[in-house]
Design a protein around this ligand. Structure first.
Ligand code: HH2
Length: 260
């Protein structure tokens, strides 16, 4: 059964929920609510990676996520920290996180791989072309699925060489990270090809702009599109879906699974 990773963004500027949960108490309450709705994993992030976002200093990012992780660890869901900085990941693991979700796939901080290896953390390696500040500047691929697959295979090899057990590595095509709407749709259409990499697949489509590019909807009105992508991704072999709307996506997955 596909697992749901509920998103808890402790940021002022995330593209769909920025500022809603900057207060740690509100973020913790929101996390508990997502667990009650069926999230098996909570992904806690203190730095927005939306297109054009500016980097956040480690001390600030750490101060945002650590109290929230402390409040949610042991509350029924595995805790993931959405960071590419070793110092933030280390503090998060100390506070009770067990998964490091690194959108740079261990390229952002030269000390990240050794930390994850030493601590036995589960690691999500995501594909991104460029960096958030510039990644949507006309991305070009010859064959987006092949290139994303080759990248993930190379990062998997790097992580294993760095001492991270292969069983602890999950892979993510990075929907919306340096890709046009057509690239994102093609990745979803051909997702089964990435299952061939032999590791669990994480897919994050929730409320993203390619949905709006299909039907013109603004970020706050993409639930139907998010559910369509979630059901199809689950049917194509996605193991973990990273979403904001846990209850609604969970219901869709349960009914879809009953039919299948
Ligand atoms: N997408 C976002 C952030 N982190 N991590 C993984 N593994 N996969 C994703 O697709 C992914 C991710 C962007 O979404 P969100 O957290 O909603 O927004 P922001 O980056 O603005 O905080």
């Amino acid at each position: 059964m596909t697992k749901i990773m509920g998103i808890v963004n402790v940021t002022p500027d995330s593209f769909s929920d920025g500022g809603l949960y900057l207060d740690p108490e509100l973020a913790v309450a929101h996390g508990h609510e997502l667990v009650a709705q069926g999230a098996a994993i909570l992904d806690i992030g203190g730095e927005s990676t939306r297109p054009g976002a500016e980097p956040v200093p480690a001390a600030e990012e750490l101060a945002r996520v650590v109290p929230v992780i402390e409040g949610l660890a042991g509350g029924g869901a595995a805790i993931s920290v959405d960071t590419s900085k070793r110092a933030v990941a280390e503090a998060a693991l100390d506070a009770g996180a067990e998964i490091v979700n690194d959108v740079t796939a261990l390229r952002g901080d030269p000390e990240m791989a050794a930390l994850c290896a030493g601590r036995g953390a589960t690691v999500v390696l995501m594909h991104m072309r460029g960096e958030p500040r510039t990644m949507q500047d006309a991305p070009v691929y010859e064959d987006v699925v092949r290139e994303v697959g080759d990248f993930l295979a190379a990062r998997l090899e790097f992580a294993v060489a760095a001492g991270i057990a292969a069983e602890r590595i999950w892979l993510d095509p990075g929907i919306g990270f340096g890709k046009t709407a057509e690239h994102n749709l093609e990745l979803l259409r051909r997702l089964p090809e990435l299952a061939g990499l032999g590791r669990p697949l994480v897919v994050g489509t929730s409320r993203k702009s390619f949905i709006g590019q299909v039907d013109g909807s603004p970020a706050g009105e993409r639930l139907g599109g998010t559910i369509a992508t979630a059901v199809l991704a689950a049917a194509s072999g996605a193991d973990v879906l990273r979403v904001h709307d846990v209850a609604e996506v969970g219901q869709a997955l349960t009914v879809a699974a009953a039919i299948i």
